[in-house]
Design a protein around this ligand. Structure first.
Ligand SMILES: Nc1ncnc2c1ncn2[C@@H]1O[C@H](COP(=O)(O)OP(=O)(O)OP(=O)(O)O)[C@@H](O)[C@H]1O
Ligand SMILES: [Mg+2]
Length: 510
């Protein structure tokens, strides 16, 4: 058969590079190669020098494909493979020592094999083996034609290997997140500021609940320390050496929520090129922290309820039931009960979550913790910013700060201290950026709160966001933008603004 080599190269290249899943790509090429070669099976082998073995990552036979196997490699074969420069016909009748060595690895009698070494930048990374039923089926012409497509096969294999490596690292990183979390946590100071004063009740509850396995629901305004408390519970629990996996339910797009939480099988949907463990699976043996649980879309609420009831999950696109041993801590700044009455949150899920609620009071209800928090953050942020000696605080400043309303709670306080230190040019910290008029108005506001009953969380947040937006002339992201001042992600801020009905866009000065 006369083959146009350019055409052959082009067709094979397009097929081999058509998918990140090497199994899919080679299968596509297989059908085309069959038109040009005697062909019944294809093997794709990686020479894994770490294992000192062949990793057979693909074996296609007709319609069926088998998954990975490891084949230990005698040194003789290893050296032989390393010396190959082009395709070789492996003939069962060649009674060389080499053939015998190979024959112990693969059944050769009654078959013909054509092996193509795959090299990238001259380094041998693997081998593509075409196999046909019957002996002496391959000739020199076949070998020559196959050599034309050595590079595309080698590159596709190299890409697959790098991609698998990336996925492997991703999983390792996600799992090791818990170590980072712990690092961060111990840097932030293991002690909870105010644990013996304003947060005494909270800490009492933490101590009661930490050793147990039950679900905990943390409620409190933004910035009150829900995540800090979730961390504390995990690291004070018998699961402390297991993973602590955080999920921000408000930050994951609805369409990806199920696969993020529960994982998916390979091919479950377009783009699912490999199987993926969900966060529940990764949290096995540890704790899952479902932050912003009020943002969970309805469909995911149903699935979560099932997990909480049955303690097992099913990956998207799979039919396997996977049992899980996970402790759930959920948190929200929302009023879930009012969300239930508006049919935005499932009541049955609420009953499951609300087994042990812990309410973290806003900072304005624990003013006495303000000085300790300020001192704590002055110390911590100074060392982060490389200020050798933490500056002293001007007399009177703490009193003024105590009387401020702190709608952004501890996070706002933390950001204020950081800003103050960045602007610090010697002397004492006066916290002038919190202007006396603001303090006064906030104090007045605080009185108003007492008189008229407290603002609800959304009202307080809305008020504060609007105020900061006025300060930034409507700028949301970037340096000096509202997101930076509030210490939250610009997208999160935009999301909250639209939920709270706060207008987007810069304010135009007329
Ligand atoms: N009691 C505390 N002692 C020391 N640091 C605290 C305390 N409470 C909060 N913080 C710090 O304040 C910041 C905000 O806390 P955290 O992220 O836990 O709040 P949150 O309630 O989860 O807020 P949001 O609802 O906005 O997610 C963090 O940097 C945290 O380290
Ligand atoms: Mg939080």
């Amino acid at each position: 058969m006369i083959v146009n080599r350019d055409e052959f190269f082009r067709e094979v290249t397009l097929k081999v590079c058509s998918s990140l899943d090497i199994g899919v790509a080679v299968k596509r090429a297989f059908d085309y190669l069959r038109e040009h070669f005697p062909l019944d099976e294809v093997y794709l082998d990686i020479l894994d020098s770490r294992l000192g073995a062949i990793r057979r990552i693909l074996h296609l036979a007709g319609d069926g494909a088998t998954s990975e196997e490891i084949i230990p490699l005698p040194e003789l074969v290893w050296d032989w493979a390393g010396s190959l420069t082009g395709p070789v016909i492996i003939d069962a009748r060649t009674a060389s020592g080499l053939a015998k060595a190979i024959a112990t690895l693969v059944k050769m009698e009654g078959y013909s094999d054509l092996a193509l070494p795959l090299r990238v930048e001259n380094e041998l990374i693997g081998m593509l083996i075409l196999r046909a039923n019957g002996e002496r089926r391959y000739n020199k012409g076949h070998a020559e034609l196959l050599s034309v497509v050595a590079d595309p096969f080698a590159l596709a294999l190299a890409n697959t290997l790098s991609y698998q490596e990336v996925l492997r690292y991703r999983d390792i990183l996600l799992d090791d997140n818990r170590f980072l979390n712990r690092e961060l946590f111990s840097q932030a100071g293991d002690e909870i500021i105010g644990g013996n004063t304003g947060l005494r009740n909270v800490m009492e509850m933490v101590r009661q609940v930490a050793p147990l396995n039950n679900t905990v629901l943390l409620m409190g305004e933004t910035g009150t320390g829900k995540e800090v408390i979730a961390n504390t519970i995990h690291f004070a629990s018998p699961r402390k050496d297991g993973p602590f996996i955080k999920v921000n339910c408000g930050a994951i797009p609805e369409s990806l929520m199920d696969s993020e939480l529960f994982g998916h099988e390979k091919g479950a949907f377009t783009g699912a090129v490999s199987e993926k463990r969900g966060r529940f699976e990764r949290a096995n043996g540890g704790t899952i922290f479902l932050d912003e649980i009020g943002e969970l879309p309805p469909q995911a609420q149903v699935r979560l309820l099932r997990v909480l009831q049955q303690r097992e999950i099913e990956r998207v696109g799979g039919d396997r039931i996977i049992p899980i041993n996970v402790r759930v801590i959920a948190a929200t700044h929302r009023n879930l009960e009012s969300m239930i009455s508006e049919n935005r949150f499932r009541e049955d899920l609420w009953f499951r979550l609300n087994v042990f609620p812990i309410i973290i009071p806003p900072l304005r209800q624990r003013k006495d913790d303000v000085p300790a928090l300020i001192r704590h953050f002055v110390g911590q942020k100074s060392s982060e910013l490389g200020i050798a000696v933490p500056p002293a605080i001007a007399p009177g400043a703490l009193e003024r700060l105590k009387n401020y309303g702190w709608p952004g709670n501890v996070r706002e306080l933390e950001n204020l201290v950081e800003r103050e230190l960045i602007r610090y040019r010697g002397g004492q910290l006066r916290f002038d950026s919190l202007l006396p008029s603001e303090v006064e108005s906030e104090t007045a506001h605080a009185t108003e709160i007492i008189d008229n009953g407290p603002l609800n969380l959304d009202e307080a947040m809305s008020l504060h966001i609007s105020k900061v937006l006025t300060m930034t002339k409507g700028k949301v992201h970037g340096p000096g933008g509202a997101a930076e001042l509030l210490g939250i992600n610009p997208n999160t801020l935009r999301g909250r603004m639209s939920k709270l009905g706060i207008r987007h866009g810069r304010l135009h000065t007329i």
